[in-house]
Design a binder for this molecule. Structure first.
Ligand code: FES
Length: 176
């Protein structure tokens, strides 16, 4: 009963002030309303950007840590399978990580992750150009150091360190 009376009283006072009940309950002007919304939006964007930056940094750091600690030694294959100017696909350090070993025309033996540093497509060895090519966006990497020479990639391919033991080639880690 008392509630009904107070509601009726507030209705009367709102009418007396020339304000609707809604205006009295939410006394925020349109300009103020915009201001609050903009401020909240900026807060949201700032916080979101900060969280994304932290997540990015954490991912990069953990990847580096995993790489540095991965001292897995894995057999790639016999040396005669890597004749001059040929290549061999292998997985290192896990079965989900495709890599490629190449014997350059100069006789140098190199190996890289096959995952393109742009958007992770698999790079392939182009014998005629003596380059690693990415078919997704026509990225290209030179063979001696794995550095990008064409297309959107800006980072070199991660390089696998190799070791010859007898007539076998082993992957032994990642170059820093
Ligand atoms: S994913 Fe390799 S160039 Fe874009």
């Amino acid at each position: 009963m008392q509630q009904i009376e107070s509601a009726a009283t507030s209705k009367q006072s709102a009418a007396a002030n020339g304000m609707s009940r809604h205006q009295q309950d939410f006394p925020i002007e349109w300009e103020g309303d915009h201001y609050v919304t903009r401020r909240e939006m900026v807060k949201f964007l700032t916080l979101g950007s900060l969280l994304l930056a932290i997540a990015n940094w954490a991912m990069a750091f953990s990847r580096r840590l995993v790489r540095r600690e991965s001292k897995v030694v894995k057999l790639i294959g016999p040396i005669e399978e890597l004749e001059e100017h040929s290549h061999l696909l292998f997985r290192y350090p896990t079965p989900e990580s495709p890599c490629i070993a190449i014997r350059t025309p100069e006789g140098q033996l190199v190996a890289y992750s096959q995952v393109c540093t742009h958007l992770s497509c698999a790079v392939v060895y182009d014998k005629s150009e003596n380059q690693l090519l990415c078919p997704c966006h026509r990225g290209a990497f030179e063979v001696k150091e794995g550095t990008p020479v064409a297309g959107p990639p800006t980072r070199a391919l991660p390089r696998v360190t190799l070791e010859q033991r007898g007539d076998q080639i082993f992957a032994t880690g990642w170059e820093a």
